[in-house]
Design a protein around this ligand. Structure first.
Ligand SMILES: C[S@@+](CC[C@H](N)C(=O)[O-])C[C@H]1O[C@@H](n2cnc3c(N)ncnc32)[C@H](O)[C@@H]1O
Length: 240
């Protein structure tokens, strides 16, 4: 864990803070985003990794395992707006332990480009609704362990952000059965991206029905993974 951390008391959480101002899970001993630049990491791994903004269209649906601070949501929303896509971006975040508004505000303060998008997120966190309705965004966070909540989810995503801490530190968020649920909740040809290049994760996503590719990682990480749901039948994830 980083230096300069200080525990704070977001409900149900034990958070530390690195000297760069990045929140760290004391349970998983892993930061919520890269200490080398959270927004650049989001852009490289999750946005570029899902070919965004090129694939955006009205109603495009992003789903995320590990909503955390909402950094990925705000970055995707800003990109959708900047790209001038008509209609709304849809975004569903799955989160076991939603953060409080004060911790979210502290974590996202170093990203002034996202400041215009922050107040609705803070209001959703403060009010406990975890829903944001804006002219160009329809977002919600589904609380609970994603292994319980995703199988019951009725939606399908065009793109997945797989961001549940490093698999070695939190294997729960990367189980093969969960990766099969990710595939089952992906439109044909839909995509995923993650910073992880762990063999077990790649095999689970491949078995679930994704064509998995390696790509250059962010900030000193050799590789990350990205992929698209195969359009052929026969995959465990039910791709058609
Ligand atoms: C790396 S952080 C996510 C960072 C986040 N995407 C952001 O933009 O700030 C990982 C998140 O996954 C959540 N998480 C871990 N295991 C989970 C599980 N089994 N179900 C749901 N959420 C989980 C953690 O609570 C944490 O918020």
């Amino acid at each position: 864990m980083g230096q300069g951390q200080s525990a704070t008391g977001s409900a149900g959480h034990r958070l530390g803070w690195t000297e760069e101002g990045v929140p760290v899970s004391l349970l998983h001993e892993d930061p919520y985003f890269s200490r080398s630049g959270g927004l650049q990491e989001t852009t490289h791994v999750f946005l570029d990794g899902n070919d965004l903004p090129a694939r955006f269209r009205p109603g495009f649906h992003i789903a995320e395992i590990g909503f955390g601070t909402g950094l990925n949501l705000l970055a995707a929303w800003a990109l959708f707006r900047t790209a001038g896509i008509p209609g709304r971006l849809r975004y569903t975040g799955f989160e076991a332990a939603p953060l409080g508004a004060a911790d979210i505000a502290r974590a996202l303060a170093p990203f002034p480009a996202l400041a215009p998008y922050l107040p609705p997120l803070l209001a959703a966190a403060e009010g406990g609704s975890w829903r944001i309705e804006a002219p160009d965004l329809e977002a919600r966070v589904i609380p609970g362990d994603v292994r319980d909540t995703l199988p019951r989810w009725q939606g399908k995503a065009d793109a997945w952000f797989l961001d549940g801490f490093a698999p070695a530190r939190n294997p729960d968020a990367w189980e093969p059965a969960l990766m099969a649920e990710v595939a089952r909740h992906t439109v044909p040809g839909g995509s995923f991206a993650t910073y992880s290049a762990a063999g077990a994760v790649r095999r689970a996503l491949g078995a679930a029905g994704f064509a998995v590719a390696r790509a250059p990682g962010f900030a000193g990480k050799r590789h990350m993974s990205r992929g698209a749901l195969r359009l052929c039948a026969g995959a465990a994830g039910g791709a058609v």
